[in-house]
Ligand binder design. Structure first.
Ligand code: HEC
Length: 99
């Protein structure tokens, strides 16, 4: 009897360990390592602060770079490497940071 339940048990474990939940803070913090090289507090040289930006604005900005509506080579390259899940996680993470 037991072996008939085992596969579904494994399956539900896999589901519950998926890291890519929309807006996941821990995932956002992990991804943010790539961003804070430029976007650190007090950064100069035309790099805007992104801490505490509202998540909807943050996601929209990234999509505008990705789709070419905002013109900036570096941020385009960055945004094109991100999927929707990554953008949502980053937005959730940076939104709750203080400037
Ligand atoms: C190589 C440096 C660099 C890296 C790395 C970088 N950015 Fe940027 N980012 C910039 C610059 C410069 C701008 C301003 C571009 C412009 O003038 O439109 C910007 C703009 C932005 C904006 C728009 C801010 C606003 O107020 O409209 C967001 C959001 C953003 N970056 C998020 C990110 C995220 C998230 C990452 C990491 C995945 C990241 N950036 C990585 C340099 C960088």
């Amino acid at each position: 009897m037991y072996h008939r339940f085992f596969p579904s048990f494994i399956f539900s474990l896999l589901i519950s360990f998926q890291p890519a939940i929309a807006g996941d803070l821990a995932y956002g913090e992990y991804l943010a390592g790539e961003c804070v090289a430029c976007h650190r507090v007090g950064a100069e040289g035309g790099i805007p602060p992104i801490n505490s930006l509202p998540a909807p604005y943050f996601i929209e900005a990234l999509k505008e770079y990705r789709d070419g509506e905002r013109d900036h080579d570096l941020m385009r390259t960055v945004a094109r490497s991100l999927g929707d899940t990554e953008m949502a996680a980053l937005a959730a993470y940076f939104e709750q940071l203080e400037n």
